[in-house]
Design a protein around this ligand. Structure first.
Ligand code: SAM
Ligand code: SF4
Length: 335
């Protein structure tokens, strides 16, 4: 199967609507053409600046528009971040993602501190990803010079549904930042959230937007809404696991070389449900040593529990800087 950038929404809908077990089988087959299906990328998220964000993303615990349990915290110092990264490396993590609750990056001393963090964590031999809000081209270049491996900027939902969820920025703003990152050698991490109240059409439209990016994002997080008390989405119904599996399998088929990350919301899934997601093509997770992802309100399984689950499933942690293979290349240890 070749990589395509001209998927039609009707084709994506047909994939998404395939009878479930057939869909999983097809996605698992594509997965094995491009990836070593035995390996899972394990990432650690560090919230380097928490809360007090001026944006109004309806799902987010860190928005200053809502009263949540998150206590704002100033930018962490570099030593703290490096220490957390070293600990994560010891636990087998290969990517560290540094998140800041900013609308956009400003050219100030805080950005200089983040650049220093990127340099030092990269020097540990880890893939470093940042998610800092909107970026200019010049700022993307500075992150590239500092050695940044990936930049995360999610589309979150469809263009049509976007302003129901966020009003303080537009879909076009999002796409512009992704374009600015694309002009550098930094890889792109871009995905979305299930459970915001979107329709199946919105999900298809978001997957279409992602698969129309050329090249595809190297990594595609599929988040399940983590319902945060105090936000407008606190009472949304749960997303059925079957919808999660469908979204993952569809992403795997239409963006075959990308890493598909089972991200926020994973803590609520059983090991058996996660195994289905891995079979459907998810090959990346966030793991943590403190039971939460970005903030106390977004739970995340811990390193030990994840190591145990991977052992049971016969999976292993992927080393840093491994890229997807071209189809038909043979892996030494295919499952
Ligand atoms: N401020 C930056 C931005 O918005 O790009 C970076 C941090 S933000 C927390 C990163 C991503 O986490 C969001 O784009 C969203 O997809 C995801 N996210 C945040 N809160 C979430 C929640 N409660 N449930 C699911 N995903 C969430
Ligand atoms: Fe701010 Fe990012 Fe949360 Fe939106 S998702 S409120 S931009 S931290």
């Amino acid at each position: 199967m070749e990589i395509r950038y001209d998927w039609q929404e009707t084709e994506i809908k047909a994939i998404y609507s395939t009878p479930l077990l057939e869909l999983i089988y097809q996605a698992a087959s594509v997965h094995r053409q491009y990836h070593n299906a035995k390996q899972i990328q394990v990432c650690k998220l560090i919230s380097i600046k928490t809360g007090g964000c001026p944006e109004d993303c309806s799902y987010c615990a860190q928005s200053s528009h809502y009263k949540t349990e998150v206590k704002p915290q100033a930018l962490l110092d570099k030593e703290t971040v490096v220490k957390i990264a070293q600990q994560a490396k010891k636990s087998g993590v290969s990517r560290v993602c540094m998140g800041a609750a900013w609308r956009e990056v400003r050219d100030n001393s805080q950005f200089e501190q983040v650049l220093e963090m990127v340099r030092e964590v990269t020097a540990l031999g880890l893939e470093v990803c940042c998610t800092l809000g909107m970026l200019t081209k010049a700022q993307a270049q500075r992150l590239e010079e500092a050695g940044l491996y990936a930049y995360n900027h999610n589309l979150d939902t469809s263009q049509k549904y976007y302003n129901t969820i966020i009003t303080t920025r537009t879909y076009e703003d999002r796409l512009r930042t992704i374009e600015n990152v694309r002009q550098t050698s930094v890889t792109v991490c871009c995905g979305g959230i299930l459970g915001l109240g979107e329709s199946v059409e919105d999900r298809i439209s978001m997957l279409h937007a992602l698969a129309s990016l050329c090249p595809h994002p190297e990594s595609v997080p599929i988040n399940i809404l983590s319902k945060v008390k105090g936000t407008p989405l606190e009472d949304r119904p749960d997303v059925p696991i079957w919808d999660v599996v469908r979204a993952i399998a569809t992403a795997r088929i239409i963006m075959p070389a990308s890493d598909v990350r089972l991200s926020a919301g994973r803590a609520k899934l059983s090991a058996a449900e996660q195994a289905l997601c891995f079979l459907a093509g998810a090959n990346s997770i966030f793991s943590s040593d403190n039971g939460h992802m970005l903030t106390v309100t977004t739970p995340c399984p811990d390193y030990d529990a994840d190591q145990q689950m991977l052992n049971v499933l016969g999976l292993e942690m992927r080393p840093p800087f491994v890229r997807a293979e071209t189809p038909n290349s043979s892996f030494p240890e295919k499952v």
